[in-house]
Write a protein of this length. Structure first.
Length: 312
């Protein structure tokens, strides 16, 4: 195999109450990576589309290639050479795991090209290094679900311990991306380092309730548990019309609504596609009333993660 083209999906991280420990994959949008083998050793970024020239072309500074270099070093493959083309299909700073999708597409495609020497679970620490390059923190709540698919829980970072939980077949996500940008580093900087015992107890109850609700297909419990008393109240100020958009979503039947990742994208969970699509239109309308354009993506939880699009 001398060529591979692969897709990695966008993700919703935090999922309301689960800051840095919950994340799930969606069907779209996502990033696409093409890798062409070449005779000369080393990785070259041949092109990046969709980034308006904002991403670095240096392989040592781009999330898509840094993870590939780490994998090759781990496998002690020093004579491998390739050209990489990255197709960015989501905006930077969107809160949909943009850098994670790039890193996952790159590491997944390379692993496939090399004959799958590592499992997806084994690839996760390498994919996390792409996040470190992109935003300064090697967190797994975006790269994890993008790489492994489904709804992921990060139980621990030291040591890394992640697992998937089952979710209802009829659970749908509405992801709305307004045409504004929130820098992930800035969104983390404004967070408090300490929380009150009262809020910690409330948040832990919601985390436990959301997991139980998802696994038991208890939509009412899911709805009651999609409450974030620690992060959302602070980050909401970075998103114009946040409260109005959230209220519109709930009014149309969403189980809950919160910030996707660091924002500005917002997400909801709903029972059934019809409700999820209706919710999306209501959210988009609220943004439009504030003269903010937005895009809507509706899908069930993506259980598959990345996939190969073409080989040669």
């Amino acid at each position: 195999m001398n060529y591979i083209k692969a897709f990695a999906p966008a993700t919703v991280a935090n999922v309301a109450c689960g800051f840095d420990i919950f994340g799930f994959a969606v069907d779209e949008p996502g990033d696409v990576v093409e890798i062409y083998r070449r005779d000369e050793p080393g990785i070259v970024i041949a092109d990046i589309t969709g980034d308006e020239g904002r991403l670095p072309r240096d392989p040592l500074r781009n999330a898509v290639t840094v993870v590939m270099l780490r994998l090759l070093d781990h496998l002690k493959i020093f004579d491998f050479g390739c050209e990489v083309i990255l197709h960015k299909n989501m905006p930077l700073g969107s809160g949909m795991g943009s850098s994670a999708a790039s890193a996952v597409a790159g590491i997944f495609a390379l692993n496939e090209l090399l004959g799958q020497p590592l499992t997806r679970q084994q690839l996760l620490p390498f994919a996390m290094e792409g996040e470190r390059i992109a935003c300064g923190s090697a967190h797994a709540d975006n790269v994890g679900p993008s790489l492994m698919g489904g709804f992921l829980v990060i139980r621990s970072y030291q040591p890394l311990d992640v697992f998937r939980i089952t979710v209802p077949e009829n659970l749908y996500c509405t992801l709305v991306n307004p045409d504004i940008e929130v820098n992930t580093k800035d969104a983390r900087f404004i967070l408090r380092n300490e929380v009150s015992l009262k809020n910690a107890i409330s948040q832990m109850g919601n985390v436990a309730g959301l997991i139980a609700g998802l696994m038991q297909e208890d939509y009412d419990l899911i709805s009651r548990s999609m409450v974030d008393v620690i992060v959302e109240p602070i980050r909401a100020i970075l998103i114009p019309e946040f409260n109005e958009v959230k209220q519109a979503a709930i009014a149309q039947g969403a189980l809950g609504c919160s910030i996707s990742g660091a924002g500005p994208s917002m997400f909801t969970l709903s029972k059934g596609r019809e409700t999820a699509e209706r919710v999306g239109k209501a959210m988009q309308q609220k943004f439009a009333e504030a003269e903010i354009d937005s895009k809507i993506y509706v899908s069930a939880i993506n259980r598959d993660g990345p996939r190969v699009l073409a080989t040669a």
